[in-house]
Design a protein around this ligand. Structure first.
Ligand SMILES: [Zn+2]
Length: 203
């Protein structure tokens, strides 16, 4: 005899929750149970917020950070003092750097990094857009803030070569980020030090 399980709509909810990053089968069931039965859950509000965010948040046309219009809040802010461009892998990497309070320039999210084993080549990243921005905006420095693993290193050295003809100084943040962890998990002080101790990549 097959053991009894939760009713199908409940299992369906748990299956959807399991697709979320970091949610395992047990957590999915716990969250599903809470959502379906707690008077505090307000599932309509959750669904509405999810739909609004998915509909309205899109990548900024210039830098790739999150925006609700063509331009993000960082690109739309005329009074930002810095004229550097900080190159990051994904839009998620922008806020950790922004929150250090140590960088007042603008950002450029590549949309990933070079990963030959996953067939991610230069044409899959927003490198042409970066070169165009450099020509248009004439930044004073390009700071590469990529992760400290093999693929991050390979992307940094590729970019240093591609950007050399622009004549703009290129640097990379100092080591010290958690290996393979990416920027998202670095604490503020580590990031601040990594930015302050950035290393020039010879042009
Ligand atoms: Zn932007």
């Amino acid at each position: 005899m097959k053991p009894v399980d939760y009713p199908e709509p409940f299992q369906q909810l748990a299956r959807q929750l399991r697709r979320l990053p970091g949610v395992g089968p047990r957590s999915a069931e716990r969250i599903a149970l809470w959502l379906a039965t707690s008077p505090d859950a307000h599932p309509e509000a959750l669904v509405a917020a999810l739909e609004t965010a998915a509909r309205e948040v899109r990548p900024c046309e210039h830098c790739g950070f999150f925006a609700t219009g063509p331009e993000c809040a960082i690109c739309a802010e005329p009074s930002r003092a810095g004229r550097e461009i900080c190159v990051v892998e994904t839009a998620n990497d922008v806020l950790p750097i922004e929150r250090t309070g140590f960088f007042s320039g603008r950002y450029h999210a590549l949309g990933g990094r070079l990963a030959p084993l996953e067939n991610i080549g230069p044409e899959d990243l927003r490198i042409d857009a970066l070169v165009k921005r450099i020509a248009d905006e004439r930044p004073t420095e390009i700071i590469l803030a990529l992760s400290a693993d093999v693929e991050g290193e390979a992307t940094a050295s590729y970019l240093a070569d591609v950007l050399r003809p622009t004549g703009v100084p290129v640097s990379r943040i100092a080591q010290g980020l958690p290996a393979g962890g990416g920027l998202e998990h670095a604490d503020q002080l580590t990031l601040q030090r990594a930015l302050a101790g950035r290393i020039s990549l010879k042009v």
